[in-house]
Design a protein around this ligand. Structure first.
Ligand SMILES: [Zn+2]
Length: 227
């Protein structure tokens, strides 16, 4: 307990008016500059290579060493072409939908989709799995497209909460239904390797909407997720 000067006790929880106000309106979009795509990918790679070389040199590393020589370019290519490729809307997967000819009415669950992302606060990996589910609104999606949607939004600097919301919003858009569920369970290297150095923790985030707001439906999803 904290004491005010006049002896009054301040409870641990801050009164709501003392909390930081929301600085931005709620948005699930990745914060991007208006000129985000003014540079061609090759130009981005060239610039990042130069900047990463600067970081390595500042750390005192000898860039003439043959083991280190290629690192700036390697990192730059990895950022643009691989781990942050999902920033580019051009890489957004085009879903293939089929008519639900078989009249399948059950829940479709795609589980244990690999999530490889990067924490936007520390630029170290987030590694985990996602389980997604939906009820058909008349059409069904190619199963691999569910994996591709997850991987597209994971390939960005992320926070897990936004990743979960972006996947859910895309599933709703593509599948033309609100009846979607997303669960992401991931380990954050920024928690494991630095700071608090907690080896064992993992983070779970969920989005349940439409029919998944019903407790029974949600529980069915969670049973499939857990096995
Ligand atoms: Zn972090």
């Amino acid at each position: 307990m904290l004491m005010k000067k006049n002896g009054a006790v301040i409870p641990f929880a801050l009164p709501i008016e003392d909390l930081e106000p929301e600085q931005h309106a709620a948005s699930i979009d990745t914060p991007m500059r208006a000129d985000a795509f003014a540079l061609a990918p090759d130009e981005k790679i060239a610039r990042i290579e130069k900047h990463f070389r600067g970081i390595m040199e500042t750390l005192g590393l000898d860039l003439t060493d043959d083991s280190l020589q290629g690192t700036p370019k390697r990192v730059a290519k990895m950022f643009v072409n691989e781990v942050f490729s999902g920033l580019d809307p051009e890489t957004r997967p085009e879903p293939t939908l089929f008519a639900n000819k078989f009249g399948y009415k059950g829940m479709l669950v795609e589980r244990d989709i690999t999530v490889h992302s990067f924490c936007e606060h520390h630029f170290v990996p987030i590694i985990g799995k996602a389980t997604v589910a939906y009820f058909s609104s008349g059409q069904v999606i190619g199963l691999s497209k569910l994996d591709r949607i997850v991987k597209h939004f994971a390939a960005r600097p992320q926070v897990q909460e936004r990743l979960t919301e972006q996947i859910a919003a895309e599933l709703k858009r593509v599948l033309r239904t609100d009846d979607v569920a997303v669960l992401v369970d991931a380990e954050h290297m920024c928690v494991k390797l630095r700071g608090v150095k907690d080896e064992c923790s993992s983070t779970v985030t969920t989005h349940f909407s439409g029919r998944f707001e019903d407790a029974e439906v949600r529980n069915e999803f969670l049973i499939y997720h857990k096995r």
